[in-house]
Design a protein around this ligand. Structure first.
Ligand code: ADP
Ligand code: MG
Length: 322
């Protein structure tokens, strides 16, 4: 999008370089395992969300912080190349751009270690500088890779301006009630849902109990990812979206794709169930490729999958092969 255009979606969140190595198995402490594949990529849930939403056709602005290093500059260029407005990304002279080291085995299991660097130094002032962008947007998408007071400030500006707020509560932690009350839709995975609610999420029933807990604490709607599928709950309806049968390469970033697509669909005025169906297909597509960024689908890919859905809005059983 052009710098003078208004964004539909503002993303406030983390920006990193992801270094991924895939090998036959994950190393145990002290091990040295020889891998066979290396990927370096733009990452961080803020960046993934921004790129994910831009690929789905939304006008997107990102609010975040990188270092003054060459990696930071390269990431900003790449974000711009994806059409993301990076005018509100601050550059920190004292910290390095965030780094994530990810190891993935052949079964797709992964292990991650990160150094947040500049992300950790984001301030409420960074958000205040983006106030105009935030107030003009339809949806704020935020995660928890930047300080909580930064997320809170952004959420409260968005609410005051009448925008919708989508929160991906990752990494896992409990959250203050005043933040939960300001969130329209929260989308935890099973581990994050447990950190927020104390409910161990194993299936549809436990996912519903976690979602009910979140609704009682003030969120408008919840999408809880659990083994086997995602439970969508608001005061009006419940929807269960079973995992789509696909040859998955890597589920990393599938949740980021879900949140980005959810934000896009809500910005377009879709209802929560409709938006969740759209996001579920985007999330499934994101598992097809290794690395979070590479898997973020474009609009045509998601629309093509939605067009093949059965009348119930979910895939007929058994899942079709195309
Ligand atoms: N086959 C599948 N079909 C649909 N969704 C899938 C499939 N496999 C994984 N997912 C989705 O992957 C996502 C993983 O979410 P999450 O753990 O938040 O990932 P991340 O934070 O790494 O992006 C969930 O939304 C889950 O529903
Ligand atoms: Mg996630």
């Amino acid at each position: 999008m052009a710098a003078d255009e208004q964004a539909d979606i503002v993303v406030v969140g983390g920006i990193n370089t992801d270094f991924l190595v895939q090998g036959p198995r994950l190393p145990a402490p002290g091990d040295n395992v020889r891998g066979h594949l290396f990927l370096e990529s733009l990452g961080g849930k803020g960046a993934n969300g921004a790129v994910g939403a831009a690929r789905l056709g939304a006008r997107v602005a990102l609010v975040g912080r990188v270092g003054m290093d060459a990696r930071g500059l390269a990431l900003l260029e790449q974000l711009e190349g994806e059409g993301v407005d990076v005018g509100a990304v601050a550059r920190d002279s004292g910290e390095l751009t965030g780094v994530v080291l990810e190891m993935v085995d052949e079964a797709g299991r992964s292990q991650t270690l990160c150094a947040p660097g500049a992300n950790r130094c984001m301030t409420v002032e960074d958000v205040m500088r983006a106030e105009e962008r935030l107030s003009a947007a339809r949806v704020l998408l935020a995660q928890l890779e930047v300080p909580l007071e930064v997320v809170s400030a952004a959420v409260h500006i968005a609410r005051a301006a009448g925008s919708r707020v989508v929160l991906d509560p990752a990494p896992a932690m409990d959250l203050p009630e005043d933040l939960l009350e300001a969130v329209h839709v929260i989308r935890p995975n099973a581990r994050e849902a447990e950190a927020l609610t104390g409910v161990e999420v194993r299936d549809r029933d436990s996912a519903r109990r976690a979602a009910e807990n979140l609704l009682r604490r003030g969120v408008g709607g919840a999408v809880v990812a659990s083994p086997g599928g995602s439970l969508v709950l608001s005061s009006e309806e419940e929807l269960w979206l079973p995992d789509v049968a696909l040859e998955r390469a890597d589920t990393t970033g599938a949740g980021d794709a879900f949140c980005a697509a959810l934000a896009v669909a809500l910005a377009e005025g879709k209802s929560l169930p409709e938006a969740a169906r759209f996001a579920h297909e985007a999330s499934a597509l994101a598992t097809l490729r290794l690395g979070a960024l590479a898997g973020l689908p474009n609009r045509e890919q998601v629309e093509a999958r939605l067009a093949r859905l059965g009348p119930s809005g979910t895939w007929p059983e058994p899942a079709p092969h195309h």
